[in-house]
Design a protein around this ligand. Structure first.
Ligand code: BGC
Length: 445
């Protein structure tokens, strides 16, 4: 290890600066997103799919017990949820499942069987023999009805053989029957962003029938996406992770990441690859590896703990950002756990890169939110609520403040002041139940 010299310091600073996203660059990104929403909605070429959801805002009076399945990453959950008075939801029971890397590349049926068996355990444990089930499928899917969802190309590292083109409600229904659960019926399929939006609306309207519903649902976790209530065009799933208007803030690390990972393929999920939890650690890893080669520092970044793709996760970034000790003691401990003994200067370098990567993520999210809200209301004259969930939003220290700062830069304080964000933690299961209850009500009308 060589002592940190001025040239190493400036290499670190200039690497961090590659992740800058000034407002002059964010503004055209926001405008592009608004334009691409319009194009996607009328079926013109667009990186935004603007998928239909076949649900409508809840009244807040929905009641009942619903089985839910939440599948959107390495984990899935089966649960039983109760909707009560006053916008209150209760998770009666829940069971989590973890999938292996090989599950992600195999046939769909074994995955659906694992999920169905978990539903069976939760149902039997609570004497449920017949119930509607809401299936939160947090990958791109083209809904044709509330209970018919044709899988499109997957995201977040999943590629089940032959899944694309199949109705995921039919696949889950068949697995439920194989598990002996004939009377648990898939009543609704929805995206997690829609669940977040609907849960926020349900809570607000359950407390006060006249309350405005949420306008936008945002997930910022392993993946990212937006849903928005477009009024006459209904609630739409933008699949904003695929937004491609981000070239102006791309670094060489983004370009290499996009090129080198095969799932999602190059060119797909460009926005998600820059902002979501599945990728933030990987961007840090690539930046460290590069600095290790170009400077006299970070030599440990040549060890397998750092050269393996996806070796660093976004929880590590949150941990790095949360260390407020003078010597960055916890960053040191984290590095030690990966076999690296670091200097204080190196730790400050790691922290600077982490902050730059997270800040760019927050600023891109802000641009996407502004672009979406302007589609709803070009002048941003009315109050708007964005319902948010996800591990990056909830876990990275100060993330929300970074997003707000960029929204203020983009819109000015007055307009930004009309935009509220509501963090709806663990919204998927409860939001799913709201969607199923709305579907049941819609059917009986
Ligand atoms: C998926 C979306 C999902 C988002 C957040 C993305 O990778 O394509 O459908 O909403 O992740 O989970």
């Amino acid at each position: 290890m060589t002592p940190m010299g001025a040239s190493d310091e400036s290499a670190i600073a200039s690497t961090a600066a590659r992740f800058d996203a000034p407002v002059s660059v964010l503004e055209p990104i926001a405008r592009d997103l608004t334009r691409q929403m319009a194009r996607g909605l009328v079926g013109e070429p667009s990186s935004l799919k603007m998928l239909r959801t076949f649900t409508r805002q809840p009244s807040g009076h929905e009641r009942g017990r619903v089985m839910v399945v939440d599948w959107g990453g390495t984990k899935a959950r089966a649960g039983l949820v109760e909707l009560g008075a006053g916008g209150v939801t209760r998770i009666v029971a829940e069971e989590a499942l973890t999938f292996s890397e090989s599950d992600k590349r195999g046939a769909p049926e074994p995955v659906f069987d694992l999920i169905a068996r978990a539903v069976g355990r939760v149902a039997r444990g609570h004497g449920v023999t017949a119930a509607p089930l809401a299936f939160i499928y947090s990958y791109p899917a083209r809904l044709e009805r509330i209970d018919r969802a044709v899988a499109l190309a997957s995201t977040k590292g999943w590629r089940l053989k032959g899944l694309e083109g199949q109705d995921v409600a039919v696949l889950l229904g068949a697995a439920l029957r194989r598990a002996g659960l004939d009377r648990i019926v898939v009543a609704a399929v929805a995206n997690d962003t829609v669940a977040t939006l609907m849960l926020q609306s349900y809570r607000a309207r359950g407390r006060d029938a006249g309350a405005a519903p949420a306008d936008v649902g945002l997930i910022l976790g392993t993946g990212t996406n937006l849903a928005a209530d477009l009024g006459p065009a209904g609630i739409r799933n933008l699949e904003s992770g695929n937004f491609d208007g981000v070239g102006a803030v791309g670094t060489p690390y983004d370009a290499a990441l996009d090129r080198e990972i095969d799932e999602p393929p190059p060119g797909a999920q460009r926005f998600e690859k820059m902002v979501s939890g599945h990728y933030l650690g990987e961007l840090l890893r690539r930046a460290l590896e590069d600095l290790g080669k170009r400077t006299g520092q970070f030599r440990w970044s040549a060890s397998p703990a750092f050269t393996t793709p996806f070796a660093l996760d976004s929880a590590s970034l949150s941990r790095i950002a949360a260390d407020h000790t003078a010597g960055l003691d916890d960053v040191a401990a984290w590095l030690r756990s990966l076999g690296a003994s670091s200097t204080p200067e190196e730790r400050w370098g790691v922290r600077a890169l982490t902050a730059a990567i997270a800040r760019r993520s927050a600023r891109l999210v802000a641009a996407a939110l502004v672009g979406t809200l302007r589609f709803l209301d070009a002048e941003l004259a009315d109050r708007r609520t964005i319902a948010v969930d996800g591990s990056v939003w909830g876990g990275y220290p100060g993330f929300e403040a970074l997003v707000r700062e960029a929204i203020v830069e983009l819109l000015g304080g007055e307009r930004a002041g009309r935009i509220a964000t509501a963090y709806v933690k663990d919204s998927t299961g409860a939001g799913a139940a709201v969607i199923a209850a709305v579907a049941v009500a819609q059917r009986s009308e």
